[in-house]
Structure formats: C-alpha cells, structure tokens
Design a protein around this ligand. Structure first.
Ligand SMILES: [Zn+2]
Ligand SMILES: [Zn+2]
Length: 151
C-alpha cells in the first residue's frame, strides 16, 4: 500500500528565518512578524503566489489522522513553481558575515581570557619573588642544579 502524504505550508520571514513548517496544522504557531529580526513573514511565493511547502505529513491509517513525517524541512532558496529567488537568498551573505563576526568575537574572547590568566600568573610569580626574595629563588634553582650534578 502506498503512503498518503501532503505538505503543510511554510511560514518564513523575509530574511529567511523559518517561523513554522505547519502553518495549516498548527495555527498557534502563526506569526505576523519574525521574532528574531522583526521582518514580515510570508507563506506564499511573492511572484506566483503559490504556497511554500512546509513539513511533510503522512496519513496514519491506524489512528485516522495526519502525522508529521521525519522528512527534513529546509527553507528553499527559490520557488519550486516559478523559479523566483526568494528575498532572503541575497541576504544570506550578510547573514553569514554577521555569523563570521560572532565567531571571531568568540575566539577573541578566548584569547583575552588566556591573556588574563597569563597576567594573573605573572603577577603571582612576582609577588612570590618579592615575598620569598630573589636570592632564595636563585639559591633554590642552584640547589637543584647542584643536586643534578652530584647524580
Ligand atoms: Zn527573521
Ligand atoms: Zn513562485
């Protein structure tokens, strides 16, 4: 027996953020504006007005209901009916630049964290040297050196 399936409608913001893949099934997930960037949300192709496919649903004969399938829902770059590039296609680059900057900031933070640790240890080292005295430290290393020589 062949499985009966159908697509729900996708709602996506003009920057390409997926709002919901179950616009028809889950009305509570509908939003007028994107909660990530504040852009307007659309469910249909701005060019041919056909709906953008969302989650794929399979008919469950046993329960007599539609269940969401495991099929991955990906925000398309272009309309499958007319080939029109969606508004977010050109904005992808900007989005990636922003992401790159976030990653750079993160690694910069890691480096500054390391710098702080090194600084703390240097200061601690100087304090120890002041308290114990440089000569004692020099003596301590000399002892180690002498000890090694006697071996
Ligand atoms: Zn958005
Ligand atoms: Zn279209």
């Amino acid at each position: 027996m062949r499985e009966k399936g159908r697509y729900d409608t996708m709602q996506v913001c003009l920057n390409g953020h997926l709002i919901t893949g179950s616009y028809e099934t889950k009305k509570e997930n509908r939003k007028d504006y994107c909660t990530l960037c504040g852009e307007k949300n659309i469910t249909n192709c701005p060019n041919c007005n056909k709906k953008i496919n969302g989650h794929y649903y399979l008919y469950n004969n046993f329960f007599g209901r539609w269940d969401k399938s495991n099929k991955k829902t990906i925000v398309p770059e272009a309309c499958e009916y007319c080939g029109y590039f969606f508004p977010w296609k050109n904005k992808k680059g900007i989005k990636n630049e922003k992401e790159k900057k976030i990653i750079e900031n993160k690694s910069n933070r890691k480096i500054s964290f390391l710098a702080v640790i090194v600084a703390i240890f240097t200061i601690l080292g100087v304090f120890v040297a002041i308290i114990v005295g440089w000569e004692n430290i020099a003596q301590f290393f000399k002892n180690i050196f002498n000890f090694n020589q006697t071996l």
